[in-house]
Design a protein around this ligand. Structure first.
Ligand SMILES: *[C@@H]1O[C@H](CO)[C@@H](O)[C@H](O)[C@H]1NC(C)=O
Ligand SMILES: *[C@@H]1O[C@H](CO)[C@@H](O)[C@H](O)[C@H]1NC(C)=O
Ligand SMILES: *[C@@H]1O[C@H](CO)[C@@H](O)[C@H](O)[C@H]1NC(C)=O
Ligand SMILES: *[C@@H]1O[C@H](CO)[C@@H](O)[C@H](O)[C@H]1NC(C)=O
Ligand SMILES: *[C@@H]1O[C@H](CO)[C@@H](O)[C@H](O)[C@H]1NC(C)=O
Ligand SMILES: *[C@@H]1O[C@H](CO)[C@@H](O)[C@H](O)[C@H]1NC(C)=O
Ligand SMILES: *[C@@H]1O[C@H](CO)[C@@H](O)[C@H](O)[C@H]1NC(C)=O
Ligand SMILES: *[C@@H]1O[C@H](CO)[C@@H](O)[C@H](O)[C@H]1NC(C)=O
Ligand SMILES: *[C@@H]1O[C@H](CO)[C@@H](O)[C@H](O)[C@H]1NC(C)=O
Ligand SMILES: *[C@@H]1O[C@H](CO)[C@@H](O)[C@H](O)[C@H]1NC(C)=O
Length: 591
């Protein structure tokens, strides 16, 4: 008791808070699934709300914004990048690693500011046009149309952020491309026009690979500079330095790194790319990205997720961060369920969409680059209970013509999905699709990038292409001429690792003309099962394949579970109708 009392008094002293209730238990990740490079703020003027932005790469809508009042219940309230006119060039980025990298979200002058980089990862590091640095500003984060079009500024680098000094001067910091740097730079900036002063090198980090993700905080007369180092893999870490003047020289914190899970057995690995903010009681918090990959770093289909931790920051000292884990206790906060005035989904709620009731697509559904607006129709006349998809010329790989890389096309890629947010889950759709031309295809995908995805669909293919028949079903293909086109179930994998071979099995006669249920289920931490059967008869579902998720554990993004439709390079446009859409979590692994 005496010990507890003295701890409590230390807490009160350290944080100069009114005596609060017991510390609160928090669960990581706070934003499960593909939500890397978090940047968060606390805005008193907006009902004491925390807002977080994260990277979206080629996903659209881009730069998701989440809001919370207790750091426990989070709601998706919109996307900063929500209209093609804001940033047309996202349609043209060539590589799967291109797109929106690392945003910084800030609130200043009653305005929300979001500074980030549209990267065309196809171009050389030192090529100025590889890095399209941009500023968005908005007055109301709950109103997507209040976000401005991109204001561009010139910087041959990435991870840019705005900073307002006490004397009213505005700066932008950024990380220089690692092949030509590596270092962190600062320039005076006009955020309305994108005009800049001269770039100064202010810190080179502590020697880790790629010092990046810089954030400056002013406290106790110091400029504290936070950065990520070590690359976004297992060596990732957070380091800090400080200076009495903004231009430097910055002296490294002798306790660096301040946050890392390198060389631990924690499930949560690659911890880095952090941001700091204070709550309404002036207690400090940190967010970072992390992959639940540890320690093997083989199976992490959800990619880089957003994690939270408590930070203790005494006057004139560097902050002390609680290491990242699945469960931790942090500063007490008032519990709150009712977050905001958005109708966006609360994180961790299942999907059960009824397309006849929807007038707009739910906020959390996402495309890869810009969608063709005519290819997605809610509640079409001929099938009012459905979402109608028109197949794109490109399939999910998006190989176009003779370019041996990864390219978009003007037609887009017909795909709509939601992030995998649970270790174990079932994603299930009902699909009405009768392909009428060779290789027309529609189905489900566990999609990481255009170069990493697992798909199961129905396609019109020659009978000779069958490799097998569905378990327990007689192969009707043998009865027809080998060149006859018949609907077949096809599983395909595209990845950097070896994957199951393509499976092609004739669609059973009894299923023809019926709606089909297609499931992707995580049977355990490492494997997905792809199953198909007639809608309304779950007991008749046949598992086509059980495939390792290492095929979609790679790089910068995280798995999006969704539906695709493609003519695979032809001009036919037979519609596919999605009539049911469900996702439910079946287990969240935290250690
Ligand atoms: C704050 O919350 C109140 C009550 O829920 C709501 O009416 C108001 O619009 C909110 N204000 C802002 C700025 O979000
Ligand atoms: C994408 O790559 C192709 C082939 O190299 C090139 O012609 C095209 O200009 C590139 N697009 C962009 C936006 O860089
Ligand atoms: C949203 O913002 C746009 C652009 O500023 C404005 O025209 C519109 O009235 C706003 N809508 C609401 C509901 O506030
Ligand atoms: C960026 O640089 C280009 C080429 O050097 C120049 O044309 C353009 O005006 C610059 N943009 C800004 C906002 O300074
Ligand atoms: C940082 O790196 C730059 C370029 O390599 C170099 O000019 C500068 O001296 C370095 N600064 C420090 C403090 O090491
Ligand atoms: C509450 O959490 C803070 C932040 O982690 C920690 O510094 C403090 O010691 C905790 N207090 C108690 C009573 O556990
Ligand atoms: C979807 O909503 C419509 C209209 O309210 C209703 O008739 C239908 O039964 C619903 N479908 C499902 C699967 O809940
Ligand atoms: C996608 O389209 C390309 C080009 O038409 C083709 O080579 C490829 O086999 C198709 N399928 C997959 C899964 O990439
Ligand atoms: C498949 O068809 C053959 C011939 O019609 C029949 O003898 C056999 O029992 C069938 N097998 C199954 C699994 O239905
Ligand atoms: C996961 O499931 C797959 C397929 O059933 C199996 O091969 C693998 O051993 C399982 N892994 C674990 C860790 O249970």
């Amino acid at each position: 008791m005496a010990l507890a009392r003295s701890l409590l008094s230390i807490t009160i002293y350290a944080s100069s808070v009114v005596a609060t209730a017991k510390n609160t238990t928090f669960y990581n990740p706070i934003l499960p699934g593909f939500h890397p490079d978090p940047s968060c703020i606390f805005v008193r003027d907006w009902n004491n709300t925390f807002f977080c932005a994260s990277s979206s790469f080629n996903a659209f809508p881009g730069i998701p914004l989440h809001a919370s009042q207790d750091l426990q219940h989070w709601q998706l309230i919109g996307h900063v990048l929500n209209r093609q006119e804001q940033l047309p060039r996202l349609a043209e980025t060539n590589r799967s690693t291109s797109g929106i990298w690392a945003p910084t979200l800030r609130f200043h002058d009653n305005t929300f500011w979001l500074v980030t980089t549209l990267v065309d990862d196809d171009r050389p590091q030192a090529d100025h046009s590889r890095w399209d640095n941009i500023i968005f500003k908005g007055k109301d984060p709950y109103n997507s149309s209040s976000w401005s079009n991109a204001i561009h500024f010139n910087f041959t680098g990435y991870d840019t952020e705005p900073f307002w000094d006490v004397d009213g001067t505005t700066y932008i910091t950024g990380a220089h491309a690692w092949q030509t740097g590596p270092y962190i730079q600062l320039a005076k900036a006009n955020l309305e026009t994108g005009e800049l002063g001269e770039w100064l090198i202010i810190w080179n980090g502590t020697g880790g690979m790629a010092p990046e993700g810089p954030h400056i905080y002013r406290k106790d007369g110091w400029y504290y500079l936070l950065a990520a180092e070590g690359g976004t893999g297992l060596g990732h870490m957070v380091t800090m330095a400080r200076s009495r003047t903004i231009q430097g020289p910055y002296e490294s914190n002798p306790e660096n790194p301040v946050l890392t899970n390198t060389n631990t057995n924690n499930l949560f690995q690659t911890v880095g790319h952090a941001d700091l903010f204070q709550d309404g009681n002036n207690n400090w918090w940190g967010v970072a990205l992390s992959t639940r990959s540890g320690p093997e770093y083989i199976n992490y289909p959800m990619g880089r997720e957003t994690v939270l931790t408590a930070v203790v920051w005494h006057p004139n000292e560097f902050p002390v961060w609680t290491p990242i884990s699945g469960v931790f206790t942090g500063w007490a906060l008032p519990p709150s369920n009712t977050v905001t005035r958005s109708d966006g989904p609360i994180v961790n709620t299942p999907d059960n969409l009824n397309f006849s009731k929807l007038t707009t697509l739910p906020l959390h559904l996402t495309h890869w680059r810009y969608p063709h607006p005519d290819y997605y129709t809610l509640s079409p006349l001929e099938r009012p209970d459905s979402l109608r998809l028109i197949p794109s010329y490109l399939n999910l790989t998006a190989l176009n013509g003779n370019y041996a890389g990864t390219q978009h096309g003007p037609d887009g890629q017909t795909f709509i999905g939601r992030r995998q947010t649970d270790t174990l889950f079932t994603f299930s759709i009902d699909l009405s699709f009768t392909p009428t031309a060779y290789n027309e295809e529609s189905g489900v995908s566990a999609f990481l990038t255009q170069n990493h995805h697992l798909t199961m669909g129905v396609a019109l293919l020659p009978a000779s292409e069958s490799t097998t028949c569905l378990p327990g079903i007689n192969n009707s293909a043998s009865a027809v001429h080998p060149e006859t086109l018949i609907p077949q179930v096809r599983f395909q994998a595209v990845s950097h690792v070896s994957t199951p071979r393509t499976i092609v099995a004739p669609l059973p006669d009894a299923w023809k003309g019926r709606d089909l249920t297609m499931d992707i289920r995580a049977v355990n931490v490492s494997h997905y099962a792809f199953s198909i059967g007639p809608t309304g008869h779950r007991s008749q579902l046949k598992t086509v394949v059980t495939a390792s998720n290492d095929a979609v554990s790679w790089g910068f993004t995280g798995v999006i579970l969704g539906v695709f439709a493609t003519s695979n390079g032809a001009k036919e446009k037979t519609p596919a109708y999605v009539t049911g859409w469900r996702y439910w979590g079946e287990g969240q692994f935290r250690d």
